[in-house]
Design a protein around this ligand. Structure first.
Ligand code: MG
Length: 415
């Protein structure tokens, strides 16, 4: 008997204060359903509406097994394609369909992708400190946990956190994350010099520019960081300035990871085919789910580009699981960003403790042990949703502040 889509529901929940969007696809088979992530934390209601008002009427009654066909149908249905809200909505359904497919096969999703290339996934974590000493103390705590790859930042991305306009800004300037790019570059070079002199060269280090400086400044930073053996420099240029990567590539040997804001294959095709980046790090739900992510991973493999999927706190455990399942089966896997167990304002001593709310809402989150993350071997993505628990943590709509990044003169800089 054909497995038909009977209903598609959206469950919004914020167990750790971040708005998460889960899409549940229910079938005509008793107990057979799939779960996917469509989290667009800062626009969650739009995703919910696209799924409920447009994708559900489009898909109910169709065969749940035809993932590729249904993905194309969703992708082309609105005529205009590749928008972030639309892609997240499609992703939620797409992941849920892969979850269903795995449950039907009695296999975890990585088996559907060809099986494992490795048993566990090396992950990188995020270490912060207000100065070199504090950062090195935190690095040491991660090292004790078995972490081998670490992103190191000092005082927020670009060296700034949200606050009132500083005295150096024009009178009457609004609040924001004020950045001084020249000081940031000086401080960052000094920081990495200090880290390497204290901890040596064994640990693989990453630094995230987060698009917060001008492309020519990113080039200077990249060149000056070369002696400190970075695993990669993350998002050195804004989405709108990716043509600069060719210039960056021609002048520095630093490995480049780019792409957590990408939505559209047109944004990554040339970067990969011309080998202008070393790591592609899209946000899987942002490009439309597992189906396009697998195509991207296989495309990148042909050009020697490795994957380093975006894995921040503002995605659900279902998306973290999707990352891990694709990683397990990818020969060109590089490293995985992992913050799946961190609450928004985490403190490091909590990392080994229980993350009660998130784990109760989403039983089955892949587990971190001694430097690696392991998928469980349940069929599908292996992560469930306890709807009663989820309902205890309603989402809130607020004006997002951290994206209001400003230059010294108060003008906006990409966040
Ligand atoms: Mg980043």
């Amino acid at each position: 008997m054909a497995v038909k889509i009977e209903d598609i529901r959206v469950i919004c929940t914020a167990p750790e204060g971040i708005n998460l969007v889960v899409i549940k696809v229910e079938t005509n088979q008793p107990g057979l359903y799939g779960l996917g992530c469509g989290t667009f934390a800062y626009r969650h209601l739009i995703v919910k509406q696209i799924v409920e008002e447009y994708l559900k009427p489009l898909l109910v009654g169709r065969d749940a097994e035809n993932i590729e066909g249904l993905w194309q149908l969703m992708h082309q249905n609105a005529y205009w394609r590749n928008g972030p809200a639309e892609n997240n909505a499609i992703s939620g359904v797409d992941m849920a369909l892969w979850d269903i497919k795995g449950k039907m096969a009695g296999m975890p999703c990585y088996q559907l992708f060809g099986g494992k290339c490795r048993e566990g996934i090396p992950v990188y974590r995020h270490a912060e400190g207000s100065d070199l000493s504090e950062l090195c103390e935190n690095i040491e705590k991660f090292r004790e946990m078995g972490i081998t790859h670490l992103r190191c930042q000092c005082g927020g991305y670009g060296g700034g956190c949200y606050g009132e306009a500083p005295a150096t800004a024009p009178a009457g300037s609004p609040g924001g994350v004020y950045l001084d790019s020249r000081r940031y570059i000086r401080d960052t070079v000094k920081l990495f010099e200090g880290i390497r002199s204290r901890i040596g060269y064994e640990m693989a280090l990453v630094h995230d520019v987060h698009e917060r400086i001008a492309p020519i400044e990113a080039l200077r930073l990249a060149k000056e960081l070369e002696p400190f053996d970075l695993f990669f420099l993350e998002d050195p240029v804004p989405l709108e300035q990716i043509d600069w990567l060719k210039i960056l590539r021609g002048q520095t040997s630093i490995p480049i990871a780019q792409g957590e804001l990408f939505n559209n294959p047109a944004e990554w095709k040339r970067l990969i085919s011309e080998r202008l980046i070393d790591f592609i790090r899209v946000h899987i739900s942002q490009i439309g789910g597992i189906t396009p992510a697998r195509k991207l991973q296989i495309f990148a493999e042909q050009f020697g580009v490795r994957t380093a999927w975006h894995g921040p706190g503002d995605m659900s455990p279902l998306a973290h699981a999707a990352n891990i399942h694709v990683d397990l089966a990818a020969p060109n896997f590089g490293v995985q960003e992992w913050s799946g167990i961190e609450p928004p304002n985490f403190v490091i001593q909590d990392l080994k403790g229980p993350h009660g709310a998130l784990l109760e809402v989403f039983p089955g989150l892949p587990e971190y042990r001694d430097g690696y993350v392991y998928a469980n071997d349940k069929p599908g993505l292996g992560v469930d949703l306890d709807e009663k628990e989820a309902a205890k943590y309603p989402c809130e709509n607020t004006v997002t502040l951290w994206t209001q990044t400003r230059l010294r003169d108060g003008g906006l800089q990409t966040p």
